[in-house]
Design a binder for this molecule. Structure first.
Ligand SMILES: O=P(O)(O)OC[C@H]1O[C@H](OP(=O)(O)OP(=O)(O)O)[C@H](O)[C@@H]1O
Ligand SMILES: Nc1ncnc2[nH]cnc12
Length: 178
């Protein structure tokens, strides 16, 4: 059940286009670039992704690359800091590292060991929840750094890939579902 009200639901539907067979045959890619290019949609989406967590977040973890775009305005909305989870080899200081499978391939992500103070309340933000591999890896990184995950906020959930099943114990907030 999507978490966005009907008006926002319509803006989101208008702003996400399906690109068949990208990045490989059989995958229908959800392209959010039209939504990002529309200022009213971008603002409404960032506000709606932040709203349920108002007053209970110290840091917002964004997942490279598309997650960064949404996590930064969500962090500003919440008055919280922004923390990047990056693909392996990009962060300069000491990191924790997790590997996982995607809808199309495998990946390894990292987060700085000192990204936030132990005990911090952390919201994880991404654009799409698909198989849940990326989200699960981010949750593990937050736990390893001593943080508490207050939720996983995404723009779109691909329900048929059952990503929530890999995120047991984490409150998933998805504005829309495909
Ligand atoms: O739930 P999952 O199956 O893990 O898939 C979701 C992830 O896949 C996409 O990232 P991608 O690795 O394609 O990177 P990008 O943001 O750099 O395009 C998307 O932005 C999510 O982070
Ligand atoms: N089908 C899809 N579209 C966009 N991002 C994705 N991440 C994983 N699967 C995806």
């Amino acid at each position: 059940m999507p978490d966005a009200p009907a008006d926002l639901q319509r803006l989101i539907e208008a702003g996400i286009r399906d690109v068949p067979d990208f990045p490989e045959p059989g995958v229908v890619f959800k392209d959010i670039t039209p939504l990002l290019a529309d200022p009213a949609s971008l603002k409404a989406v960032a506000e709606a992704m932040a709203a349920p967590f108002d007053g209970r977040v110290d840091a917002v973890v964004g997942l490279e690359a598309r997650g960064f775009i949404l996590a930064a305005p969500v962090a500003l909305e919440l008055g919280a800091g922004f923390v990047p989870v990056r693909k392996a080899g990009k962060l300069p200081a000491k990191t924790y590292r997790e590997s996982y499978d995607l809808e199309y391939g495998t990946a390894t992500v990292e987060m700085h060991v000192d990204a936030f103070a132990p005990g911090s309340r952390v919201l994880v933000v991404d654009d799409v929840l698909a198989t849940g591999g990326t989200g699960r890896a981010a949750v593990e990184l937050v736990h390893r750094a001593g943080g508490t995950v207050v939720g996983f906020s995404v723009l779109m959930e691909l329900g048929f890939l059952k990503g929530r099943d890999r995120l047991t114990g984490v409150g998933v907030h998805a504005l829309t579902e495909a």
